[in-house]
Design a protein around this ligand. Sequence first.
Ligand code: HEC
Ligand code: HEC
Ligand code: HEC
Ligand code: HEC
Length: 239
Amino acid sequence: MRTSSILLRALFAVGAAAILAGPVLAEEPAYEGRKKCSSCHKSEYKSWKETNHAKALESLMPGNKTEEKLKAKLDPDKDYSADKDCVGCHVTGYGKDGGYDPEDPGKYLVGVGCESCHGPGADYRLIHRKAGAAFEKKQETTPREELAAAGQEFHFVERCNACHLNFEGSSWAGAAKPYTPFTPAVDPKYAFDFEKAVRDNKAMHEHYKLDGTFTGEPLPEFHEEFQSEAKPAEKGEEE
Ligand code: HEC
Ligand code: HEC
Ligand code: HEC
Ligand code: HEC
């Protein structure tokens, strides 16, 4: 099942869209939870867990962020952590296949995790494993196109916008309820500028040096910039 969906996406990437057009192409792979990502990418995980994205669900709990809530006309004593008007943007993959389910909240989906930005990982993480082994053994590289075809995100902006620019009157065309209560009208500091937010990097994780397992497009324009300043990575094994 998984393999065939990888194949379909790969075909799509090489331009077979006309033949294969159909709902199956719009289907996203399943969310995985960050456990597997974190066990292989230890440095990114350690850095990410200190960010406010990692702690986003805590902000919905009573007693946290009192001043901010009052300013946005929210009740600071109310528990919003299971409120369907709130949770979606404060967890990973809310309501999606394998994503956060308030009835059964998996701890690896709490907060804005790896897959909120990098895309649902059930398919592409298998390619990471295989490609990593081929690179280690024979220095064999794998094209990034395969990752994109398996649902890995390289453009990010639409994913960020879906949480950060989702409010009434937003410049973002996709805006739809439930909206974020934290808009530029509440405080100008909530205005979201993608380029600035990615480059300031207060909210992602620090960047660590890649060995070059994956090659070619698609690549974000800031990739080379981040890699040129990246630190040595601490890697791990899949758990
Ligand atoms: C699933 C929704 C979601 C996605 C996707 C998302 N964010 Fe966020 N972001 C949040 C939430 C919620 C917070 C507030 C966290 C908190 O303090 O509770 C936040 C906080 C931030 C902050 C403020 C951090 C701070 O410490 O002041 C920045 C900057 C930011 N995000 C940038 C980004 C960028 C850039 C992207 C895309 C690459 C992105 N976000 C993707 C939901 C999201
Ligand atoms: C459409 C996505 C979305 C929804 C729905 C949403 N939020 Fe958020 N929330 C965000 C984003 C994005 C931020 C980060 C804003 C920033 O720092 O620029 C945030 C930040 C926050 C913060 C921290 C503000 C700060 O300054 O540190 C609190 C508290 C919060 N949200 C509570 C709520 C509550 C309560 C609800 C439901 C009534 C809710 N959110 C619904 C996206 C959302
Ligand atoms: C808020 C968005 C966001 C979240 C959450 C996030 N990342 Fe990233 N990540 C990025 C961006 C942006 C890049 C830079 C992409 C590039 O240079 O091609 C990146 C790059 C990476 C890289 C390439 C090497 C590096 O350090 O730059 C790895 C590996 C990675 N992320 C793993 C993870 C893992 C594991 C998690 C969860 C523990 C995670 N990311 C969470 C946005 C995010
Ligand atoms: C079995 C270990 C393993 C797992 C599990 C895994 N990765 Fe990777 N990942 C790798 C290896 C190996 C590379 C290549 C690193 C290099 O070139 O230095 C890689 C590369 C990446 C890159 C950089 C891709 C590029 O543009 O070159 C990102 C981003 C990333 N992984 C995110 C994730 C996320 C998110 C998850 C979870 C859904 C995940 N990985 C799961 C091993 C893994």
